[in-house]
Write a protein that binds this ligand. Structure first.
Ligand code: ARG
Length: 578
């Protein structure tokens, strides 16, 4: 099903051709709704190109535009924009068609790609903390949206399970471990021994040396150390799994850095042989002499002591994803501090002849109320699991007040949907590059651009349908068998506005992937909820007469479907009551 935007864009192309003009400019949603629904700058672009008067060109184009089935007669505005205002009849018809479409009008891409999305990717032997929310939630939303648009997505958790921290963890395990504490809270105990060893190693060179030896033994395949390492990884994974369960996050593969360990010597050899890397002061290094911004930033891929590092692993990872998984694109949802790292890695891939689309999708930080990086009172990273549990506790309080009659089981379920939804939405509704302040009050508020506000709009609609009961079920729109699109009755401006917004869903969803911005979808849903509330205040639904009643119920139904699907694409669930 075509969107208004794509239909009008085609008609514009036809008009340009008929007027003997080349294709030019864009057809976009209007920047100011007062002047119409869509606009094009075609005449402005052509005017500049050809040195002609843009307003006259606009008139000429309008003379060839054949849009009467969709719009009021187009008008020239300002320096030469052409504005389009949709006719209520066209909106009514489209709305009915979307209501009968499972995908709510969203078309699958014509060029599906296989996309590996590397997101979340926490490090073992450390708990997941609040900083991991962004990568995890953003990556999940992008994966859901890309999948819905018809791409083949492979969700990969590139866990940091192999690194220098293991020298210290193993030393601590052998010298400081408290078995009972390990049984009670394994990850906390592993973190404790890691931290204490780290402190010891800083002050005592002998401990430092002992840690280094443990690491070398691990890398050399020493059985005892490998066993300890395995156990630590397993304990960490258990902790991650809890968080993923709360967040409803799933991965297709979780290779982790250790998976690539065997491949690292081969990578270095190959890069040396092809001349991409060279030996410099005993280390193996890639220089980027021809690339100004990297010219003084070489990348070490084998250290002087023979050890490999994070970069080497990522080079091997690209091989695997492109050669073995046959990906067309790899999206790395990783914080901005790793920008240089990815520039280097992508350049090395390019020099090796890879042509895949590699993207580093960065994001800003989460700040505390003091506008500094969010920390606990003692200055540590805020553990994610505790934070999510607190979100559910706080949501529960709201439900206890708002709807004390729900059963205990319902309360638990609703609290989780609201609490987790609030945390996710607070993140996704921001432009990803913006730092934002983490505020419980704000994210859990039932007013404003929050998950609970959107969930509440959905719940309200569901309660209309519970009240409508039988009379709704007899409505033809609900009988899928033999269902025919029936144009809605759009009279009131609040109805027209809401219907127009609902038709935009199909334009918004693909737009998210242009610059990886789920916030576009979030803000759209917020506008849908606002338009719904305006409609609901202006237009009685259940008390109105047929056929207006059925038409308004259909609008309510489509609103609920758009909210449900839109939030689902953001990884947010909706309760039926709250
Ligand atoms: N484990 C890394 C970290 O916590 C993130 C890994 C991102 N992915 C990658 N392929 N390097 O910083």
């Amino acid at each position: 099903m075509e969107t208004f935007q794509s239909l009008l864009a085609k008609k514009l192309s036809d008009a340009l051709a008929a007027a003997g003009l080349p294709d030019a400019g864009e057809l976009t949603p209007a920047t100011d709704q007062r002047f119409g629904d869509y606009q094009t700058n075609a005449a402005l672009v052509l005017g500049k190109q050809r040195g002609e008067n843009p307003r006259e060109l606009a008139e000429k184009i309008i003379g060839h535009l054949n849009v009467g089935d969709l719009c009021e007669p187009p008008v020239v505005a300002g320096p030469g924009f052409i504005n389009f205002t949709l006719r209520p009849g066209a909106i009514a018809e489209k709305t009915a068609r979307i209501l009968g479409d499972e995908r709510l009008g969203v078309v699958e891409t014509e060029s599906p790609r296989r996309i590996v999305i590397d997101f979340g990717s926490p490090n073992v032997a450390k708990p997941m903390h609040v900083g991991h929310i962004r990568s995890t939630v953003l990556g999940d939303a992008l994966a859901r949206i890309a999948t819905f648009l018809g791409h083949e997505v492979i969700r990969d958790n590139h866990i940091g399970d192999w690194g220098t921290q293991f020298g210290m963890v193993i030393y601590g395990w052998k010298n400081l471990l408290d078995q009972r504490a390990l049984q009670q809270d394994p990850l906390a105990e592993i973190v404790r021994i890691y931290k204490e060893t780290n402190a010891l190693a800083t002050s005592d060179p002998q401990v430092r040396e002992a840690c280094r030896r443990e690491l070398v033994k691990l890398q050399g395949g020493d059985k005892e150390n490998i066993d300890i390492w395995n156990e630590c990884v397993a304990f960490s994974m258990q902790d991650f799994e809890h968080v993923y369960e709360l967040l409803d996050i799933h991965y297709d593969i979780q290779c982790g850095e250790s998976f690539y360990n065997d491949r690292l010597p081969g990578v270095v050899e190959r890069l040396l042989k092809s001349g991409i890397a060279e030996i410099s002061e005993g280390a193996v290094v890639v220089f980027f002499r021809d690339i100004p911004e990297l010219a003084d930033k070489p990348c070490i891929i084998r250290k002087r002591d023979g050890g490999f590092n994070y970069a080497t692993t990522d080079i091997a990872t690209i091989d695997y994803r492109l050669d073995d998984l046959k990906a067309d694109s790899v999206w790395y949802v990783v914080g901005a501090p790793q920008t240089l790292h990815f520039k280097q890695i992508f350049e090395i891939a390019r020099q090796q002849g890879y042509r895949a689309d590699l993207r580093h999708i960065t994001f800003g930080s989460i700040l505390g109320e003091d506008r500094k990086l969010m920390k606990t009172r003692s200055g540590e990273n805020v553990p994610l699991r505790g934070l999510l549990e607190e979100a559910c506790r706080r949501a529960r309080k709201i439900i206890d007040e708002k709807n004390p009659d729900l059963s205990e089981a319902e309360k638990i379920d609703v609290a989780q949907k609201i609490g987790i939804g609030a945390v996710k939405y607070a993140d996704l509704s921001q432009y990803r590059m913006t730092d934002y302040v983490f505020s419980w009050e704000k994210m859990l508020s039932l007013q404003g651009n929050t998950a609970p506000y959107l969930q509440n709009a959905y719940v309200r609609i569901r309660s209309i349908f519970r009240k409508a009961g039988e009379s709704w079920h007899r409505h033809p729109a609900d009988e899928q068998v033999g269902w025919k699109p029936m144009p809605l009755q759009l009279g009131d401006s609040a109805e027209i506005n809401l219907a127009k917004r609902l038709c935009q869903f199909a334009e918004i969803v693909p737009h998210v992937l242009n610059d990886f911005r789920p916030n576009i979808l979030a803000n759209y849903l917020f506008e849908v909820a606002n338009s719904f509330h305006t409609f609901y205040e202006a237009c009685p639904v259940l008390k109105s007469e047929e056929p207006v009643r059925g038409s308004r119920l259909a609008l309510c139904d489509l609103t609920a479907k758009v909210l449900y699907r839109g939030l689902d694409l953001l990884g947010i669930k909706v309760p039926e009551k709250m």
